[in-house]
Ligand binder design. Structure first.
Ligand SMILES: Cc1cc2nc3c(=O)[nH]c(=O)nc-3n(C[C@H](O)[C@H](O)[C@H](O)COP(=O)(O)O)c2cc1C
Length: 356
């Protein structure tokens, strides 16, 4: 890793991971079902995003090229730099998927070791891998040996409070050539409950020599992004839900990092984001996007302060022409309803983690 601080006062610090220079140390963390290609493209246009990662893709499904997995790894020239996240507990599947990604022109691979969901853990993938340090190291090492692409790992602090294996694993991964490790500062047992343990992230940073550790969890504001680096010593920060709640967060961070007052998005910028999101989705999914976009209606309603009757139309439009007309009406009536932060709209699993 190297950080370029010579121009820090005018532009954000860059970071190099796996031989690739990334223009910012602030990354979009994957949120399955939300951080799809269209969202990645529009959030990148705002600026300040150093790296995006696809939603997790089951390795065998990718090699079999199922429709769903090809949708998940769909990308475009604007969607760069990108890492594809794969998961499986079976080494042969991960190796085959990594080779497939290399053969198909992708530039980086991320292995999921953080997912708490039973269907992922039950197959030995996701956070389950953190329970067997040598097994996980062996598995990741085999993937690294199979491809020339940089391989990173995303994990939690460990399985539960008594098994916080992140520092041990990160040290072992550094020795076998993992390019970077992202640590979500919760255990699998915690799911999404409780607060993020920055001490645990710091312990992981302290356990490695120079491999970049990417801190992750609960960053919602520009100040929290910078304090994650200050308090843990991490090299970069990945932000998931905070970026959904405020897509302008990365630009705010860049402003703050460079000593500028973070800029609020103008009405035009907000409308452009809304319109761009739908039209990018339409490039990939055609008219089916009208249906897919409904999931975001309440989110945009709250975030952009769209009057209730127009939000309702956002939930029912059936064609791109209807959407464009609606956007025109939204622009005309901007400011009629107060904009709020739609905190409740990203669902995380609830109840005992064993049942997820
Ligand atoms: C709805 C949802 C989907 C997620 N999907 C993924 C995923 O596909 N891969 C992954 O590594 N982490 C996934 N995560 C975890 C996030 O990347 C991140 O580690 C976690 O949300 C904490 O960071 P945040 O507070 O910035 O969101 C997901 C989280 C949520 C809430």
């Amino acid at each position: 890793m190297s950080a370029d601080s010579s121009t820090a006062s005018t532009k954000p610090q860059s970071i190099t991971i796996g031989g690739r220079e990334l223009a910012s140390r602030f990354f979009l963390a994957p949120l399955a079902g939300y951080t799809h290609l269209a969202f990645r493209v529009v959030i990148r246009r705002i600026g300040g995003v150093g790296l995006c990662t696809t939603d997790l893709v089951q390795a065998q499904m990718l090699v079999s090229q199922t429709r769903k997995s090809l949708e998940l790894v769909a990308t475009s020239p604007e969607d760069n730099p990108l890492s594809v996240q794969i998961y499986s507990g079976v080494p042969e599947q991960l190796i085959a998927a990594a080779r497939w990604l290399e053969d198909n022109g992708y530039e980086a691979i991320d292995i999921n070791m953080g997912c708490p969901m039973a269907k992922v853990n039950g197959q030995g993938g996701g956070a389950r891998l953190m329970c067997d340090t040598s097994g996980a190291t062996d598995l990741v090492g085999r993937v690294i040996d199979a491809v020339r692409l940089p391989v990173t790992v995303k994990m939690r602090l460990g399985w539960d409070r008594d098994n916080q294996t992140a520092p041990q694993l990160a040290a072992a991964f550094e020795n076998i050539g993992v390019a970077a490790v992202t640590v979500h500062g919760r255990t699998r047992q915690q799911g999404f409950h409780g607060s993020v343990n920055r001490e645990g992230i710091k312990a992981t940073v302290d356990a490695v020599k120079s491999m970049p550790i990417v801190g992750n969890g609960d960053v919602r504001t520009a100040a929290e992004a910078l304090s994650m680096i200050e308090e843990t010593g991490c090299a970069a920060v990945a932000i998931g839900r905070g970026a959904m709640l405020d897509p302008w967060l990365f630009r705010r961070i860049a402003d703050l990092e460079c000593g500028r007052t973070p800029a609020e998005p103008t009405a035009d910028e907000q409308i452009t984001f809304l319109s761009g999101h739908f039209h990018e989705m339409r490039k990939q999914h055609g008219d089916y996007s009208c249906l897919m976009f409904r999931k975001f209606a309440a989110w945009y309603g709250a975030r952009l302060g769209i009057p209730e009757d127009l939000e309702d139309r956002l939930r029912r439009f059936e064609s791109a022409a209807e959407f464009d007309e609606l956007v025109g009406d939204i622009a005309k009536r901007h400011g009629e309803r107060e904009s709020t932060v739609p905190t409740a709209l990203i669902r995380v699993p609830n109840g005992p983690v064993e049942k997820w």
